[in-house]
Design a protein around this ligand. Structure first.
Ligand code: MF3
Ligand code: CO
Length: 249
């Protein structure tokens, strides 16, 4: 069931999303060679708590941390650890969210540790740009398939592939609500987009083939072929004046 939010609910979403975006910004600024993913996770945790909010990934289906930090061929859900040191040239995806006053924010971005390869930079730029293509397609009167088609076409035209096993989603009082928001699809298909829908759009884009596998830790998702992956995400609200990004500082 898709929950359409009232004006008041959207104001509460806005604050949860602001905290989520500020935590992501702080976490991203901490990415550099020599830092551990555990240290970055703590930066995000401390900030979210300082805002009177809760890290909404922590304990979600048993997830053990504030952030998911996924490096290079890790696609999503990498578990931060004091033993995981970021190296020069790593492509570091950070995904995190905050819950405040009963409402959730959710966002992700991919950061470079020091100097990264041209191939990594192009993948990351394309993934970020594809998120904005998806957001542009999130207009009243459109459908969920319009968003996925926009992301998919943008990435595939540049030789990249779209992960199928995981999708974006509605966001609200629950971190994951209906509808699912795939990063692939057909224009004119799927749930109709109406004002007050709050959704997370989150392309996960691979340099090589689309296939992914989950590791034995039960969480970390990696590319099958060992090639790089990038991930960007915003929570947005659909309005009569067009899509508005909520996860901004
Ligand atoms: N990364 C997921 C999303 O953006 C949420 C994380 S699930 C968790 O929708 F269990 F890892 F927290
Ligand atoms: Co999400």
């Amino acid at each position: 069931m898709v929950v359409v939010k009232t004006k008041r609910e959207i104001e509460l979403m806005r604050e949860a999303c602001r905290i989520s975006a500020a935590a992501l910004k702080l976490a991203g600024e901490a990415v550099r060679p020599g830092v551990t993913t555990g240290e970055i996770d703590k930066i995000a945790y401390d900030y979210i708590i300082s805002q009177g909010a809760q890290p909404n990934f922590l304990h979600y289906n048993g997830y053990p941390a504030t952030a998911c930090i996924s490096i290079n061929d890790e696609v999503i859900h990498g578990i931060p650890s004091r033993d995981r040191v970021i190296r020069e040239g790593d492509l570091v995806s950070i995904d995190l969210g905050a819950k405040k006053d009963g409402y959730n924010g959710d966002n992700a971005a991919t950061f470079a540790a020091g100097a990264i390869s041209d191939e990594a930079k192009r993948l990351n730029d394309t993934t970020r740009e594809s998120l904005y293509e998806g957001i542009k397609a999130a207009v009243v009167g459109g459908r969920i398939g319009d968003i996925g088609a926009a992301v998919q076409e943008y990435c595939e035209a540049r030789g990249y592939s779209v992960v199928r096993e995981f999708t974006g989603h509605g966001v609200g009082t629950a971190l994951h609500e209906d509808p699912a928001v795939p990063n692939y699809g057909t224009r004119g298909r799927g749930v109709r987009l109406v004002p007050g829908m709050t959704i997370a759009i989150e392309p996960m884009i691979n340099l090589g083939r689309a296939g992914v596998k989950t590791l034995s830790d039960g969480w970390t998702v990696k590319t099958m072929d060992g090639k790089l992956s990038a991930h960007w995400e915003h929570t947005i609200v659909i309005t009569n004046d067009g899509p508005q990004i909520l996860t901004v500082v």
